[in-house]
Design a protein around this ligand. Structure first.
Ligand code: MZP
Length: 364
């Protein structure tokens, strides 16, 4: 008989943090947002870390060289999309590296033997398997290829998964970090189309617990990347409080000037185009593995507009200020302390309404 999980599938917007005691040293200037990017042993330092816990999505409408340089300059990382020719992707990696920042590159489970060597040669600091379903033996094959050719020198993340079984599978396969999330992306219609996925908060909470147990048992810490479903800054904050080491975001970065898509003006308002990798526009059938790997039979993503948000530096500075301020409210100066100290509560719809401006007429 099918196993049923009666607990509702939760999303970030359904949670709030309770403040902890804020001591005098808890000032935003003292907050350190460093986060591990790859697995490491207890007492050792990870070979790669981020200065801010953000990665931009491996998507045509998000992570080109301009975004990679801008986000890398802040200490985050862009994963250059792989739904393009190997040469074009390698050129973007090279261009980003020439600015002296960290850069990642997406790879798929189809042409990885041809794609990975040029990306490594171009200077990619880390690879990540781009797939809507990471709980698959194809991912094992990609990691095996990397280990066979480069040993531990070349780092590779894998995903996406939504539960402990997927996490354990990818850890056993040798992933350097594990990425989670199915169906929560703003442009994603996988849940509607295929009835598969899980609320991002539910997925994260389960996998964090399993990851922490794995660390206690083996002494190896596996960083978790929560991918998709972050619509607002408060969602990013809740995800970090729940134990994500870093967040991959698509729409959030697509809004900025540095993303590869065009700015369009509709009725006097500026937007940026943002399309899913599972949309007909992206033609990234390699990510979705349909019908034995033969083209895009049905769409799992949409082509859309998102509000234009100006230069990345302005918006990201504001987002980081909010994260630091919340961490201070919660008596934490590092992300590890933040998640260790976090007390989260599920909120009712009435409480969400109360959380915004209410019973007033907001001045234009
Ligand atoms: P978001 O930040 O826009 O909510 O979600 C971005 C994430 O959605 C990506 O990192 C990727 O995992 C996922 N994605 C990309 N394309 C599609 C699609 O077309 C998708 N369905 O789900």
């Amino acid at each position: 008989m099918a196993k049923i999980i009666w607990e509702p599938s939760r999303t970030f917007g359904e949670f709030l943090l309770l403040p902890n005691l804020t001591k005098r040293e808890h000032s935003p200037a003292n907050v350190d947002l460093t986060s591990p990017l790859v697995k490491f042993k207890k007492g050792e330092k990870p070979a790669l870390s981020l200065k801010i816990p953000f990665a931009s999505a491996m998507m045509q409408s998000v992570s080109g060289a301009q975004m990679a340089v801008a986000l890398g300059g802040f200490g985050g990382i862009a994963f250059i999309f792989c739904s393009q020719s190997v040469q074009d992707q390698a050129n973007m990696v090279k261009e980003t590296k020439s600015k002296g920042v960290l850069v990642g590159a997406g790879v798929n489970t189809h042409d990885y033997k041809d794609r990975i060597p040029p990306l490594v040669e171009a200077g990619a600091d880390i690879l990540c398997i781009d797939s809507s379903d990471g709980f698959s033996q194809w991912q094992e094959d990609v990691i095996k290829f990397v280990r066979g050719k480069y040993g531990d020198k070349v780092k590779i993340g894998a995903g996406n998964i939504v539960d402990s079984r997927g996490f354990e599978f990818l850890v056993k396969a040798g992933a350097d970090f594990v990425k989670l999330g199915v169906g929560g992306g703003s442009i994603c219609i996988t849940r509607e189309q295929k009835g598969i996925g899980r609320g991002q908060a539910s997925a994260l909470l389960e996998v964090v617990e399993t990851r922490n147990k794995h660390f206690e048992k083996t002494g190896v810490y596996i960083p978790l990347c929560s991918d998709g479903g972050v619509a607002f800054d408060n969602h990013a904050i809740i995800a970090l409080a729940m134990g994500a080491d870093f967040l991959m975001m698509g729409r959030n970065f697509a809004r900025y000037k540095e993303s590869p898509s065009k700015i369009v003006t509709i009725n006097g308002k500026q937007y940026k185009e943002y399309w899913g990798e599972g949309s007909a526009r992206a033609q990234n059938w390699q990510r979705y593995g349909k019908e034995g790997g033969k083209g895009l039979v049905f769409e799992e993503g949409v082509d859309s507009y998102t509000d234009y948000a100006g230069p990345l530096a302005d918006g990201l500075t504001k987002t980081l200020s909010k994260i630091k301020a919340t961490m201070c409210n919660c008596g934490s100066l590092t992300l590890a302390e933040f998640t260790k100290n976090a007390i989260l509560t599920v909120v009712s719809q009435a409480s969400i309404t109360e959380g915004g401006a209410h019973n007033v007429v907001v001045k234009p």
